[in-house]
Write a protein that binds this ligand. Structure first.
Ligand code: UDP
Length: 253
């Protein structure tokens, strides 16, 4: 196979040049990182599962008319996406207190929030992605007021949709992180959902037992990370197999 041009390599994904102008290939690695790269591991099969789960979620969102960068899955680890200019914000939506909001505001993990809360972090690894306000975002031109309005409306819509999707398979959507990009079409620019939605970027708790089915298993050394991701995929009807080991049998490794 001809060597493709690598556009960008992040912690869990690589972007390659796509087959046509305006497209890219997004490759899902097995690498896991946490605490701003201080903790690292390779989790066999994680990339395959995230590729499949993110494909499923993005397709569902496209189907309800929520614009995304996703075009199609190409193979076990790659998907074809539209090239966008990433808006340098991590947009977090929370339904239940966990992680950084619990620490920052002293709210016990698991506390239902009075309403869904959206937070913005500035995407800057060197600074550890600090929490910022809309004032910072517009003052420093990271996004316009119109883009912020679009981002908030889209994020709340994603939250409502995913909360229902996961509740249907007995999973509580505690929080999630999304990223958006600018899609240039002629002289028009549209805000679209980019990156991925997977157990790496969501907190997902089993509704019956409270068991964590997300990246906190890695962050908190709970073990069984890929098994938990496989369980999410199995419940959503994406795969039949239950164990992470079985995923490896078709992960192309
Ligand atoms: N998150 C993410 N990438 C980040 C930071 C957070 O995907 O760089 C996700 C995280 O998995 C969780 C949500 O965003 O679902 C809220 O994370 P939080 O701010 O609580 O941060 P953490 O406790 O992970 O440091």
């Amino acid at each position: 196979m001809a060597k493709r041009r690598k556009i960008y390599e992040g912690k869990a994904k690589i972007l390659y040049e796509g087959p046509e102008p305006g497209t890219l290939i997004q490759y899902f690695k097995d690498d896991a990182t946490a605490f701003n790269n201080e903790k690292r591991a390779v989790l066999d099969g994680k990339g395959v599962l995230n590729n499949r789960i993110s494909e499923f979620v993005m397709m569902q969102l496209n189907a309800i008319g929520l614009p995304t960068h996703f075009l199609k899955r190409l193979n076990m680890r790659e998907q074809l996406i539209r090239e966008v200019e990433i808006i340098p914000l991590e947009v977090i939506c929370r339904n239940v207190a966990a992680g950084s909001i619990s620490k920052r505001l002293g709210i016990e993990e698991g506390t239902q929030l009075p309403r869904s809360i959206i937070e913005f972090c500035y995407k800057k690894d060197e600074l550890g992605d600090p929490l910022v306000s809309e004032e910072h975002i517009t003052a420093f031109n990271w996004a316009t007021n119109q883009e912020i309005d679009d981002i908030i409306a889209m994020t709340l819509r994603i939250n409502d949709f995913l909360t229902g999707l996961f509740a249907g398979v007995s999973i509580k959507l505690v929080d999630f992180k999304v990223e958006y990009g600018r899609l240039y079409e002629g002289d028009m620019v549209r805000t679209v959902l980019a990156d991925e939605i997977s157990p790496d970027s969501c907190r997902l708790w089993d509704m019956a037992t409270g068991e964590k089915l997300d990246k906190d298993r890695f962050r908190r050394d709970l073990g069984g990370v890929t098994d938990a991701y496989a369980e999410v995929a199995r419940r959503l009807g994406i795969i039949k197999e239950k164990s992470g080991a079985e995923i490896l049998s078709f992960s192309g490794k």
